[in-house]
Design a protein around this ligand. Sequence first.
Ligand code: MLT
Length: 420
Amino acid sequence: IILDGKSYPMPVFEGTENEKAIDINKLRDQTGYVTLDSGYKNTGATKSAITFLDGEEGILRYRGYPIEQLAEKSSFLEVAYLLIYGTLPTEAELKDFSGQITKHTLVHEDVRKIFDGFPSAAHPMAILSSLICALTAFYPESVSPDLSKEEIDLNVIRLMAKLPTIAAWTYKNQMGHPLNYPRNDMDYASNFLHMMFSFPTEKYELNPVVVSALNKLLILHADHEQNCSTSTVRLVGSANASLYGSVSAGINALWGPLHGGANQEVVEMLEAIERDGGDTSKFIAKAKDKNDSFRLMGFGHRVYKNFDPRATIIKKAADEVLSALGLQDSPLLKIAKELEQAALTDEYFVQRKLYPNVDFYSGIIYKALGIPTEMFTVMFALGRLPGWIAQWKEMRENKEPIGRPRQIYVGEKERNYVPI
Ligand code: MLT
């Protein structure tokens, strides 16, 4: 490699993608000249000790723990603690963490006044991002660039506690239903379900299979290293913006259909196939036809090259939830299973490595729980919250410089100004 007239040996890269990236980082650190910019649209490069992802092997680990073990054995709050503070909590730490969150679940009644101004047709993500940003006005000290560890912790707790409350408000607003205040005797997932679905006039029975599935869904979405919303949170936070403001920016990034909209597209596709009569073979043929614009949603993944480790876990949860709710014969599930079967056995899909991903199943579960499709990205935000917080905190603790994405100028070189 010749750079600025000096020559450097061409590095030989072996091993996984991740190891290659490390080699390139070494080379950059040694020479100070070389950076890998795999395209100037990719600007999220950063060092992080939070989530390990290997797309070739289908590996996802939070702080070194395999996602399969966490989803099977932990609660969402344990995983949140792990992501944010770096270790799994002891029993006492977990008690303290969840106790503090419980204490902060109420949202200032003046935030309600802002909320009341939203029309009932408002998209839930518009309300969520606005009210999370509005918290900055209610906790003005949160904008200080010199927060102590305790002050940062308080912001973290407040956000973990209040986001589910506000998320449930966005649903109640759409329904025109009265708001439910949080139940501090319930765990995180149960309290959220209570705020979404219970009515003051009825005894609300929580189904443990549903609670467990929600817990898993939240864990599976809790972090996914650098992606559009997470890099946004880090970038906005790198200007010393508050945690609330940075996460609000992340919520807006997630709202973009290319990022958070995949499971909504899956459910809409399944519903369209059902409306058409439910003949999946017709749609499989359409998906294979180059001249047809129909695309199978929820298949393959930009990062995972062979399979999405989250999909295996969520598929099992989908079967459990639908059986527990007596929906095992639902037409949507039947169509989904037929498409899945085709993808796993048809040479066309196998060759192209088009396997169902996490988004293929998550929408089916949300739908079964009675969560409307417009709320799917809100559910994603609820799950992704600890990841965003951990990434913001890591960036702040590392005292990272303000982000400045690289630009490659492709415009006019110089023009002569001629007045009209
Ligand atoms: C995610 O979980 O954030 C999505 O899979 C998007 C991504 O990681 O690129």
